[in-house]
Ligand binder design. Structure first.
Ligand code: UDP
Ligand code: MG
Length: 304
């Protein structure tokens, strides 16, 4: 049996070797295949990978022509795997490699197709970021057909069959966590405590995460589109009721002041609301546009 490790790296020259050593030190009872994906790093990550690949024949790498994002890196890595078991994890050792033996055991001897890890805490993360993440999963679970728990990470080991299922999905807007939930299979959840990065800095900015959430929501839910029509109808009904009230009031007590303030309020409200709805439509239109272009999700510059 072979285990393929898919490891996305973006400017991680400090972590690559440390990661490799940490995995070797586990002495796992099966063959290993390392697949590092250099996601367009501008530091010495590629050099570090080349060196590692020269020393160890089980080390392979794919290097992108520019930064295409972690989702693309995971996809490229998965496509290159040949192992019976495949695990995706971060190179910064925030996904504890100590869980690997247990994961292998569960898949080899258990009834499971997939073992996923979730964080029990978000220690060392800014407060605002944790709250936003919580809100995001709340909204996603409420409005989409797939179920996701908070604290879910990209640390996941699966059997070949699951990898093939994930790779068979042709969509361009890839939101891997949603894809895993969508393909199903029997998934065992393990928990771990969040730890600080081994070295270097996080590659996610706040706005990067906001974009990631919009991506995730619109890839797995069409509820925002319905939200648009539901609130549109609500606003119209409210406007009608108000109209009846105004007519009634004018007939009974008369209308001494011209309805200037109400008009402004209504115009602003409806104008804003229309823009909001158009924005939602635009988001989905953009997705359709991107899907229909059939562009590749990454370009490979060098691989081994
Ligand atoms: N990563 C990547 N491409 C990117 C951003 C991140 O391949 O555009 C990799 C990064 O090298 C790391 C993993 O994704 O192995 C997780 O990134 P990071 O540790 O910066 O995120 P955090 O743990 O802070 O959520
Ligand atoms: Mg990290």
């Amino acid at each position: 049996m072979t285990l393929s490790l898919v490891v996305p790296c973006f400017n991680e020259s400090l972590c690559v070797r440390r990661f490799w050593e940490a995995v070797q030190a586990l002495g796992l009872p099966l063959g290993l295949e390392f697949i590092f994906v250099d996601d367009g790093s501008s530091d010495g990550t590629l050099a570090a990978l080349r060196e590692l690949a020269r020393e160890d024949a089980t080390v392979h790498y794919v290097s992108f022509s520019r930064n295409f994002g972690k989702e693309s890196a995971l996809l490229a890595g998965l496509r290159k795997t040949t192992g019976d078991l495949v695990v995706t994890l971060d190179v910064d050792l925030q996904h504890p490699v100590a869980l690997l033996p247990e994961m292998v055991r569960l898949l080899q001897f258990g009834e499971w197709d997939c073992v996923a890890a979730r964080r029990t805490n978000r220690k060392g993360e800014p407060w605002l970021r944790s709250q936003c993440a919580k809100a995001f999963y709340g909204v996603l679970n409420r409005f989409s057909e797939v179920r996701m728990r908070g604290g879910e990470t990209d640390y996941r080991m699966m059997k070949r069959q699951v990898v093939e299922a994930v790779l068979a999905l042709p969509e361009v807007n890839r939101f891997t966590k949603g894809i895993y939930a969508w393909v199903g299979f029997r998934t065992k959840w393990l928990e771990f405590e969040n730890v600080a990065r081994a070295a270097g800095e996080t590659k996610w900015s706040f706005w990067g995460l906001v974009r990631y959430s919009v991506q995730g929501l619109s890839a797995f839910s069409t509820a925002p589109l319905q939200l648009a029509s539901v609130s549109g109808i609500t606003a119209c009904v409210a406007a009608l009721v108000y109209l009846v009230y105004v007519i009634f009031k004018t007939l009974v007590v008369g209308e001494p002041v011209s309805g200037y303030p109400t008009q402004i309020c209504l115009i602003l409200f409806l104008g804003g609301f229309q823009l909001f709805v158009i924005g939602i439509l635009g988001t989905y239109l953009a997705k359709t546009y991107l899907e229909s272009k059939h562009r590749p999700l990454y370009l490979v510059k060098e691989e081994k």
